[in-house]
Design a protein around this ligand. Structure first.
Ligand SMILES: [Ca+2]
Ligand SMILES: [Ca+2]
Length: 356
């Protein structure tokens, strides 16, 4: 049996209370500082980067069909090592950027009629081109250089990254989906905030191949190895019916399909990915070998004066019958003003990511 504790004299009790009070202050101050720091500084961007080793590879495709000669000629390219986001930039990540900076995307702003005096008023409202299923014949095959004229694209006022199907839609529950309805300028602004940049077209193709040499797909030789669909694209009669045989009739959450040999997800399909370079349809004939960039001026088939930047990888809208763009060599352009619901991006950086 233990004896009851001897009561402390009043002076000792006071001294002990002082010591406890000082200790509480010493503990509370750093905790308060950490809370203040967390509130004052936004959380670091949650994005995992993958090391891409660099090296030599044959870029492009000499076997491209006559409708896709922009993929030829195949040519030798040297790429330095870099680090690449393992997924397309997601809604969750883009929301971090907007919360930290207050950034307003192009699709959320109306165009100034003084800059576009001949444009109909309805096209000056903020919005994006949104895909709509249609039964009309496909008159242009897969040339989206004239995206605005294709019958399945409808300019939708109010279609923004937070409302990707237009007013009334939202991204609740879509935190892990790629951000869409953004322009090239929006993507560049995000990359700058994140301390990264957009990949060059050559870096993108090198990374997409995942260490494989001259394979038609980012996963190998067969389009459906063992009958398995390997990326999010379109099955069925485009542009009328997507059967969703791959599990998705629209954009899919990132990482819904297996990664390539470097551990990168969705380098084929899901959403097209913007690259740094201007787009040149005949650029491969004169592109330099070492870490090439695109031409000095972007392809401008409609004479808008804005030029196009490169997009890569194909999207959920690519059909295997005639579009077939979920291949590592497929390339096309998109102008700087256009935002749509099948184009997104991912970022790269030249130095290793900081330790978590
Ligand atoms: Ca699909
Ligand atoms: Ca993609």
């Amino acid at each position: 049996m233990t004896s009851p504790a001897t009561p402390l004299p009043p002076q000792a009790r006071a001294a002990r209370q002082k010591i406890v009070a000082v200790m509480l202050v010493l503990v509370a101050l750093p905790i308060g500082y950490l809370i203040w720091q967390a509130q004052a500084q936004p959380a670091p961007l949650k994005a995992h980067l993958v090391k891409i080793p660099g090296g030599e590879f044959y870029m492009g495709n000499d076997k491209a069909d006559p409708g896709h000669q922009e993929e030829a000629p195949q040519h030798l390219v040297q790429i330095k090592p870099f680090w690449m986001d393992e997924t397309e930039v997601t809604n969750e990540q883009f929301a971090q950027f907007v919360a930290a900076t207050g950034y307003v995307t192009d699709a959320e702003k109306n165009l100034d009629p003084r800059d576009f005096p001949n444009a109909p008023a309805e096209y000056l409202k903020g919005g994006s081109l949104i895909f709509k299923h249609t039964d009309v014949p496909n008159p242009f095959q897969c040339t989206t250089s004239n995206t605005g004229n294709l019958p399945w694209w409808k300019f939708t006022a109010g279609a923004t990254w937070q409302h990707p199907e237009g007013p009334g839609s939202n991204i609740l529950g879509h935190e892990k989906y790629p951000v869409i309805c953004i322009t090239y300028k929006d993507a560049q602004a995000f990359a700058k905030w994140a301390g990264k940049r957009l990949p060059t077209e050559a870096e993108w193709e090198f990374a997409a191949r995942g260490g494989l040499k001259n394979k038609p797909y980012v996963w190998g030789d067969e389009e459906r190895p063992g009958g398995k669909i390997m990326c999010n694209h379109w099955q069925g009669k485009f542009p009328a019916v997507d059967t969703g045989e791959d599990g998705f009739k629209n954009v899919a959450p990132v990482k819904s399909f297996p990664p390539n040999g470097y551990g990168l997800y969705d380098m084929a399909g899901n959403v097209w990915e913007m690259c740094e370079d201007w787009y040149g349809t005949d650029w491969y004939a004169k592109s330099p070998k070492d870490n090439p960039l695109g031409p000095a001026i972007g392809h401008d088939p409609e004479g808008t004066g804005f030029g196009q930047h490169v997009i890569r990888g194909g999207s959920w809208l690519c059909d295997e019958a005639y579009c077939f763009r979920y291949r590592p060599t497929a390339r096309q352009g998109i102008d700087a003003l256009t935002s749509t619901n099948h184009v997104g991006f991912r970022c790269v950086q030249d130095t290793p990511p900081a330790a978590p």
